[in-house]
Design a protein around this ligand. Structure first.
Ligand SMILES: *Cc1c(COP(=O)(O)O)cnc(C)c1O
Length: 395
């Protein structure tokens, strides 16, 4: 078997979870089937009593291609198991809804992706779950918000789009003291530089739409954690509510994992180099990249991970007008709203991804009219720097 459990992480990305059919194929097979055949009625009965490790019933519950992908990514991240979902939001909402019940209390960081905020405040709120939002950077605020009835803590390890960093070891320890489970949305940290497991997070939810796909094609998500949680409440909720990943996405993601480290390490090095090139530029007010010297939490970011990921943010001086002149002058970098693509992407959060936030919330989160979120792709970094500098001239 090429999938040895003591393999190093990069080897796990290539071989982890692989299982061959009777044809001994090299590239993992994609099993496009809804169901599975039983040799006898007794075998069908047995499978419905207990599903074994390599046994399946119906694609909404799981599928061999999906299982290979789950084993590969969960194994890479150091978790016992994973459940692959239709999107990052299916993973986020699935994890929260599987674990919370009426009367529970949830503490979450306030700098959250809009859809995450919707699930917490609108959906969980509707079912009688009380939510407390805190400034995720403030350890004392977490300590003060946690209570004996807190069942779940939810946070983004690095926030989108302003790249705030949370002291994850502190939050996990404080949450575990009151018996709460910690769910970390790890989209910005990237699977390659994730420290959720090391810091004690019980579950990590990942939008695999981002770095795992990495080439702007497919939506996907994943929930990783202990076997007890994943094959217990998480699987039960996901399989009955219809959020399981489809086999084609699982297959494409499996192949994408083989190049994940190469891509993300190159993109992260590019992000730091761009932060360096823009730092101190006279048309830019502030550059934010977690492990860069200009970031107020650089020390914490470096204590938690060697890299701050593939996305940076910066503020163009002169408000929305100057910022739009800058964006419209970009020639290689495209304007879009996703991140973690091979193509570098510039986003203006205040008018797109975060347009609906009330002004006072934008102010609180630092989403100004000049703020640009920049996702670094796989282009030659010199071309990206040149494109940014000529566009800043136009601003
Ligand atoms: C993109 C993203 C999601 C949602 O992922 P989808 O795959 O688009 O559903 C959730 N959280 C964060 C932090 C994200 O960036």
């Amino acid at each position: 078997m090429s999938d040895k459990t003591n393999n190093r992480p990069r080897t796990k990305l290539v071989h982890g979870g692989s299982k061959r059919s009777q044809w001994n194929e090299v590239s993992e097979a994609v099993f496009m089937t809804q169901g599975f055949v039983y040799d006898t009625a007794e075998a069908a009965e047995q499978r419905f009593i207990k599903v074994g490790d390599d046994e399946f019933i119906y694609a909404r519950y799981g599928n061999p291609t999906m299982r290979m992908f789950e084993d590969r990514l969960a194994g890479y991240l150091g978790y016992e198991d994973g459940f692959a979902c239709t999107s990052g939001m299916a993973a986020v909402s699935g994890a929260l809804l599987a674990l919370c019940k009426a009367g529970d209390h949830v503490v979450a960081s306030r700098a959250l992706f809009g859809s995450c905020l919707y699930v917490l405040e609108e959906v969980l709120g509707r079912y009688g779950v009380e939510i407390t939002l805190v400034d995720g950077r403030d350890n004392a605020a977490w300590d003060a918000a946690l209570r004996p009835e807190t069942s779940v803590v939810f946070l983004e390890s690095i926030s989108n789009p302003t790249l705030e960093v949370i002291d994850l070891a502190h939050v996990c320890e404080a949450a575990h003291k009151v018996g709460a489970l910690v769910i970390v949305d790890d989209a910005m940290a990237t699977p390659v530089f994730s420290y959720a497991k090391d810091c004690g997070a019980d579950l990590v939810v990942i939008s695999t739409t981002k770095h795992v796909d990495g080439q702007g094609r497919l939506l996907g998500g994943m929930i990783c954690g202990s076997k007890e949680l994943i094959r217990g409440p998480i699987e039960a909720y996901m399989k009955h509510t219809g959020g399981a990943m489809n086999p084609f996405t699982a297959w494409s993601h499996l192949k994408a994992l083989e190049t994940l480290e190469l891509r993300v390490r190159a993109q992260a090095a590019g992000a730091l180099a761009v932060a360096d090139a823009l730092s101190g530029h006279d048309k830019i007010a502030a550059v934010r990249y977690p492990t860069h010297a200009d970031h107020p939490q650089q020390e914490l970011a470096l204590r938690q991970a060697p890299s701050g990921g593939t996305v940076l943010a910066f503020e163009v001086k002169g408000g929305k007008e100057a910022c739009f002149r800058f964006l419209n002058a970009l020639e290689t970098i495209i304007i879009s709203n996703n991140f973690a693509d091979a193509k570098s992407i510039a986003t203006h959060p205040a008018t797109t991804t975060h347009q609906r936030l009330p002004q006072e919330q934008k102010d609180m989160l630092g989403i100004s009219d000049g703020l640009v979120r920049l996702s670094i792709g796989l282009e030659d970094i010199e071309d990206l720097k040149a494109d940014l500098l000529q566009a800043l001239d136009a601003a």
